[in-house]
Design a protein around this ligand. Sequence first.
Ligand SMILES: [Mg+2]
Length: 259
Amino acid sequence: MEPRLFIFDLDGVIYRGEEPMPYAAETVQRLRAEGKLVRFLTNNSALTRESYVRRLTQMDIPCTEEDFMTSAYATALYLQSQGATGKRVFIVGEEGIYEELRRIGMKAVTDPEEEGADYVVAGIDRSFTYDKLRRAHYAIWHGARFIATNRDATYPASGGRIVPGGGAIVAAIATCTGVEPLVIGKPNTYSMELLLQRCGVSPQEAVLVGDRLDTDVLVGKRAGLHTVLVLTGVTDEEAVRSAPEEMLPERVIRTLAEL
Ligand SMILES: [Mg+2]
């Protein structure tokens, strides 16, 4: 079956930090000219969909909010489906989580001990402190449900650097509380399935292009999509050779030009 939908991860695939990846804009343009649908699926919960639109548009990839499924947005949709509108949430995260949870009518609290909290939602937080960890611990120990946007150990930054990801922060909270979170982002298929549903495309007609084996490739295979790993992010050929079967992509490419 000819693919109708291409789903791209962002960090390490479309860009690294401020640097666009080679052929990213050209590849998206070419696919769209061929009549393919293009969407973006990221575990990175730092930014709002609006900010992603600005960032990609600056990189010559015109897009709208509807083209994005982020782990923060998927978390908001999940919480909304659970009746969390109006509930109190302690957030360990950045603007992306705050904005998406605000949009579904959740109330962000700063001190769970004083205000109470029904949920703790955690993701990447580049201002993470011991004090935030202590507050998250308090909330979870007093009954708040622990939700993680993602558990990516690292993500690729500009200049070829690899930096700690949201998973490192989630692990700190899981360690001190002894509670494992519900993880909404990849490799959970939830965000991917929402995206397929919205596009009206079956998994067999979709291709996932990512740079991580344990999130992108794994979720693609779990959900029954075609999988392509691009080596511009956190994964090198050595890691592909030693990958377990469930994380082996159908294709490995050096840059998006080979797609
Ligand atoms: Mg990535």
